[in-house]
Design a protein around this ligand. Structure first.
Ligand SMILES: Cc1ncc(C[n+]2csc(CCOP(=O)(O)OP(=O)(O)O)c2C)c(N)n1
Ligand SMILES: [Mg+2]
Length: 487
C-alpha cells in the first residue's frame, strides 16, 4: 500500500512512505501518514497536508460523497535513485508547528495524486487488517531523541523540536525543579501538610504541559504540580489545594483549563474523556490530556475511560508516567503486560512508548497525539518511562523498598543534565545563561516561601457556601449555629 510513493521535501531527506513503519500509519477514515523522519524540515510551500481535513471530519463514506478539500499537487519530479517522486505544495495548511510533516492521504486525494503523479505504485487502497493492528502498537523500546549523555539519537523516529522549544523546555524544567525542592522544604517547616515530589520526572511533566495548546484541558494528579505551574497557575494556589488543605480548590480550573489535582487514582481519566467527548459534541477544538501513574493503570476507571475514548474517538491523550512504583509496589507486581503502552491495542487506541526522561521525545510525542486528536483521529495512549527520585511523598521512606543503586542508575539519566548538555553543545546555552536561570529560579522560590509563610485568613462560612446553588434548610440552620458559636 502506497509503496513506491516518495515525498521530496525541498531536497531534504525524503519521507519514503514505503519505508515508514506500518505503525505510523493510522486513522480509520483517512490514512494519516505521519512522516516524522529526523532530518525533514519544512518551510513555506513544503508538504503539510494532502487532504486538508477540517476539524472533526466526517467519516469516509461521507467524505467520498462530499469530496474533502484537497491541497494541490504542485509539481512532479523524477528522481534517478528512487524512481518517480512527487512533491506537494499545500494551500490552507493546518497551523502545525514547523518541522512537523503531516501527510494525510485521503482516498479521493490519492485519486488526484494518481492522476497527477502517475506513480502507478500503489496497488491497493484498502487497509489490511495487519496494518490496522500494527498501527496501534507502540515500539518495543522507548523512543528517545536525546540520549542520556545529551547526544542526539541517530535515525530517531521523530524530528527534533525547534531550538526555541528546547530552550523553553530547559527553562521550565529548571524552574520546576527548584519549585519542587521548595515545596518539599515547606512540608518540613509545617507550611504544607504533604508534598509528592516529581523530581526526576521533569521531562515528562514539562514536556507534556508545554505541548498543550491554550484551548486544551489538563487533568493532573497529586504528583503533577510542576505541570500545573508550567501551565501558568500561581504556585501558591497550586499548593493551597490538597497539599495545604485550606480551600476547596486552590485555583480556578477554568482560568487555565486545569482540572483540580486528583488524589483518587484514575478518576481523572473519566473526567478527561467526558470533557473531550463533550468538545466533540459541541464542535469545539479542545483536547483533554490526562496524567496518570503506572499504578493508576490498574484501576477500573482507566479501563472504562480508555474503552469509551476508543469507542467515541474522543480527543484525549492518556499520558502515563511510569515511574516504576505505586508507592512501594514495583511495576512487575502491578502488571504482566509487556508494557503499559501495549494495553492500548485492547481498546483500539494507538499507543506510544517513550523515554520519559527525554524532554524532546515527550514534547514531540504529546504534540503528535494532540494533533491527532484535534484532527478527529481520536485518543492516544502514551507511556513515558521515567523514575521518581524522591520518596512517594515526604511521609514515605523509599529506602525500605528500593535499593540505592537503582536510584543512582536513574540519576545518571537525569532529564535536566541531558538537555543542558545538548543545548550547551549546540551553543544554545552557556554558563551566563545557566547562572541567570538559576537566579530566576531562586527568586521564585524565595517569593513562594515568603507567600506560603503568611497564614491564610479563612472564613468558616465558606464551608457552607458554594455547596448547593440553593442551600438546604439543614445547611442553613447549621451555618447559623456556627455563626452564633463563633460570636
Ligand atoms: C482509588 C485509590 N486507591 C488507592 C489510593 C492510595 N494511593 C495513593 S497514591 C497510590 C500509588 C499510585 O501510584 P501511581 O499511579 O504509580 O502514581 P505515582 O504515585 O507513582 O505518581 C495509591 C495506591 C488512592 N489515592 N486512590
Ligand atoms: Mg508510579
Amino acid at each position: 500500500m502506497l509503496a513506491n510513493l516518495h515525498v521530496d521535501v525541498r531536497g531534504h531527506r525524503p519521507a519514503e512512505l514505503a519505508g515508514i513503519d506500518d505503525r505510523r500509519i493510522a486513522g480509520d477514515h483517512a490514512l494519516a501518514l505521519q512522516a516524522f523522519h529526523s532530518g525533514i524540515t519544512t518551510g513555506t510551500g513544503d508538504v503539510y497536508a494532502l487532504g486538508q481535513r477540517p476539524h472533526r471530519q466526517p467519516p469516509l463514506d461521507l467524505q467520498l460523497r462530499q469530496q474533502p478539500q484537497i491541497n494541490v499537487v504542485e509539481s512532479d519530479r523524477l528522481s534517478s535513485r528512487t524512481g518517480r517522486r512527487v512533491s506537494f505544495g499545500s494551500h490552507n495548511s493546518r497551523a502545525y508547528e514547523p518541522q512537523f510533516v503531516f501527510v494525510y492521504a485521503c482516498l479521493p486525494t490519492l485519486d488526484v495524486l494518481r492522476s497527477h503523479a502517475q506513480t502507478g505504485g500503489y496497488s491497493s487502497f484498502r487497509r489490511s487488517e495487519r496494518l490496522v493492528t500494527t498501527s496501534l502498537l507502540p515500539t518495543e523500546s522507548p523512543v528517545a531523541l536525546i540520549d542520556a549523555d545529551g547526544q542526539p539519537v541517530p535515525d530517531a523516529l521523530w524530528s527534533m523540536p525547534s531550538d526555541e522549544v528546547l530552550v523553553a523546555l530547559h527553562r521550565a524544567i529548571v524552574l520546576a525543579r527548584r519549585f519542587d525542592a521548595q515545596a518539599t522544604a515547606l512540608t518540613k517547616q509545617g507550611r504544607l501538610a504533604v508534598y509528592p515530589s516529581a523530581r526526576g520526572q521533569e521531562a515528562s511533566e514539562i514536556g507534556a504541559a508545554l505541548a498543550l495548546r491554550p484551548q486544551d484541558w489538563l487533568f493532573p494528579t497529586y504528583r503533577d504540580s510542576m505541570a500545573v505551574v508550567a501551565r501558568g497557575v500561581d504556585p501558591v494556589e497550586v499548593l493551597t489545594l490538597l497539599l495545604r488543605g485550606d480551600w476547596h480548590c486552590g485555583y480556578d480550573p477554568y482560568e487555565h483549563l486545569v482540572a483540580p489535582q486528583c488524589t483518587p487514582l484514575a478518576t481523572n481519566t473519566l473526567h478527561a474523556v467526558g470533557v473531550g467527548h463533550a468538545a466533540t459534541l459541541k464542535g469545539e477544538d479542545t483536547v483533554a490530556l490526562v496524567m496518570l501513574g503506572d499504578g493508576a493503570t490498574s484501576e477500573g476507571d482507566t479501563h472504562e475511560a480508555l474503552n469509551f475514548a476508543g469507542v467515541w474517538k474522543a480527543p484525549v491523550v492518556f499520558f502515563v508516567q511510569n515511574n516504576g512504583y505505586a508507592i512501594s509496589v514495583p511495576l512487575a507486581q502491578q502488571t504482566a503486560a509487556p508494557s503499559l503502552a501495549a494495553k492500548g491495542i485492547g481498546y483500539g487506541v494507538p499507543a506510544m512508548l517513550i523515554d520519559g526522561n527525554d524532554p524532546a521525545a515527550v514534547y514531540r510525542a504529546v504534540s503528535v497525539a494532540i494533533a491527532r486528536a484535534a484532527a478527529g483521529d481520536g485518543p492516544t495512549l502514551i507511556e513515558a518511562v521515567t523514575y521518581r527520585i524522591e520518596a512517594h511523598t515526604n511521609a514515605d521512606d523509599a529506602t525500605r523498598y528500593r535499593p540505592a543503586e537503582e536510584v543512582r542508575q536513574w540519576l545518571a539519566r537525569d532529564p535536566l543534565t541531558r538537555l543542558t548538555r545538548y543545548l550547551t553543545d549546540r551553543g544554545l546555552l552557556d554558563a551566563d545563561r545557566i547562572a541567570a536561570l538559576d537566579a530566576e529560579a531562586e527568586a521564585e522560590a524565595a517569593a513562594l516561601r515568603q507567600r506560603m509563610n503568611v497564614d491564610a485568613v479563612l472564613d468558616p462560612a465558606d464551608l457552607f457556601r458554594y455547596v448547593y446553588a440553593e442551600q438546604t434548610p439543614e445547611l442553613r440552620a447549621q451555618q447559623q449555629e456556627l455563626a452564633e458559636e463563633s460570636r
